[in-house]
Design a protein around this ligand. Structure first.
Ligand SMILES: [Zn+2]
Length: 311
């Protein structure tokens, strides 16, 4: 099962949700995946999902808060691996009007905000409902990504504003006909899971994330050390070639004392760092001073006719 579904299943099992928050959650649920249906018998409400637990949850929220009659229609998929679809329907009757009125489903989004999202607890519940209906989050083994998808630009902006109210750096992009409100940072996703009350999922997310980041850090360090080691070895090989060339062409003895000593030390200690060699030299030059002598040897070898590619 996907991580998104783990999160959703956890959210549908939350208990002791305050009545104010239940309505705010319904508002989020229905604004993202619901529809108002108009038939010969009147106005109804529809909500569809592929998650059975979520269908049950929506049904309970509707029935606990409004005196409505509901039914669930299951569309079984004929294709293997495709999920069944559950459609929760509120059967048209005069109670539906109360629900529509209370949840501000026929009015502009800002009306819903004004009446249902005044309290912080309710703003959290709204985000929970929105995630249940239109959200997904990837496991942190791949990239960090959490998104809420809606067809309405107004809803997208409201979600973004709400998330920003919880210091979540939400951005909006469009995808075909949809607006996608998303988070791209591990910390922000953890915070979002905390805001909507998915505490088990949050822990799972953090556990995977810690392991992933530890592995990345180790890889980075190993790469870095290998790269440095590579450079040191390359430089030493270059210096040894240069010294050998000078010796063959004109003889090491022709060099000045400091250069002769540098050449001898490098040949005696081919694996030592420049720092270590500098400490062995008679006059104890600085690391960069000793490095200058080694570079000088390479320079002289080139001047004596050593091919650049052999250097
Ligand atoms: Zn509340």
């Amino acid at each position: 099962m996907s991580f998104s579904n783990d999160v959703k299943n956890e959210l549908t099992r939350l208990e002791d949700i305050k009545p104010c928050c239940q309505k705010a959650e319904l508002f989020g649920l229905l604004k993202l995946s619901g529809a108002v249906s108009l038939t010969g018998s009147g106005i109804g409400i529809k909500f569809s999902t592929e998650n059975a637990a979520l269908a049950r949850h929506a049904l309970h929220l509707l029935k606990d808060n409004f005196n409505v009659q509901t039914e669930v229609i299951v569309t079984r998929s004929r294709r293997l691996k495709k999920n069944n679809k559950y459609q929760v329907q509120v059967i048209p009757n005069k109670e539906v009007r109360v629900a529509l009125q209370d949840l501000k489903l026929l009015e502009p989004v800002m009306e819903g905000k004004k009446h249902l999202l005044g309290k912080q607890c309710c703003r959290k519940a709204f985000l929970r409902g929105a995630f249940l209906a239109g959200g997904s989050v990837s496991k942190p083994v791949s990239d960090y990504h959490l998104e809420l998808v809606t067809e309405s630009e107004d809803i997208a902006l409201l979600l973004q504003k709400n998330m920003q109210g919880f210091s979540l750096p939400a951005k909006i992009t469009d995808r075909k006909r949809d607006y996608v409100v998303y988070l791209k940072e591990g910390d922000a996703i953890t915070d979002f899971l905390s805001v909507i009350g998915a505490h088990h999922a949050l822990l799972e997310f953090e556990n995977i994330r810690v392991v992933k980041e530890m592995r990345n850090n180790v890889n980075r360090r190993v790469n870095c050390e290998t790269a440095n080691l590579g450079k040191i070895v390359q430089a030493a090989v270059r210096q040894l070639n240069a010294i050998k060339y000078i010796d063959e062409v004109s003889g090491i003895s022709k060099l000045s004392e400091p250069l002769r000593e540098a050449a001898r030390l490098r040949q005696e200690y081919p694996e030592s760092s420049v720092q270590e060699l500098a400490q062995l030299a008679q006059d104890q030059p600085s690391k960069s001073g000793f490095n200058h002598r080694l570079r000088r040897l390479e320079y002289i070898a080139t001047k004596l006719g050593m091919e650049e590619e052999n250097v």
